[in-house]
Design a protein around this ligand. Sequence first.
Ligand code: UDP
Length: 239
Amino acid sequence: MRINVLGVGFDNLTMAEAVDRGMELLQSPGTHYVVTPNPEIVEVCRENLAARQAVNAADLVLPDGVGVVKGARMLGTPLKEKVPGIEFAAGLMERMAKEGLSLYLLGAKPGVAETAGEKLAAKYPGLKIAGTRDGYFQEDGPVVANIRASGADCVFVCLGAPKQELWMNKHGKDTGARLLCGLGGSLDVFAGVAERAPKFWCDHGLEWFYRLCKNPWRAGRMMRLPLFLIHVQREKKRT
Ligand code: UDP
């Protein structure tokens, strides 16, 4: 059963269990998709029904950060641990490399997915990069056809939220891939264009603050963070 945090149902798994589940999905018939909402995306889902439906329809919904884990605890329905999308992706690639599976990278500015592909192929020997494509396309059809033709087992869809969740929900099946993962800005990190916050900040639940200091233009978006906590408090009083 999923744990409900303000209308988004999260799977209650450890990182290791999430990667195991991801591999199971990757090796079972049909197309599946994974989403990794943070508090900001939960807030988007409160306001945007289509986004909420696309997120809740995912086969795996993972809490991308300490904010959601705190929220779930405050609501009296704790989650085992945070499962950051980028770490989930790393765990999955390690396992995919051992199985010789192939990965398509979709998203980010032109050139970023190619660079990420080169770096990931070097880091995970055995992992096949089936193809890459930037995230600034006008028509979906040719992108879907390109992924399909590549025969990729898995696709990392990095178009930002909620665009990537809506895209996977609408086009996932047509790509022919077994698994799609919505991973926000991860390709920028894999390519070395953006850094992840150092371990200290992540361990202390302050990754959001590090990102804010690095990118002050995020301040508007980040106002959703205190709003998330206010809404959790309100929900707690109601129940
Ligand atoms: N992006 C994209 N197409 C778009 C809009 C955004 O490929 O139409 C990419 C953008 O270049 C970045 C990622 O989506 O690589 C979103 O990154 P952000 O850090 O905003 O996402 P988060 O991880 O916070 O969800």
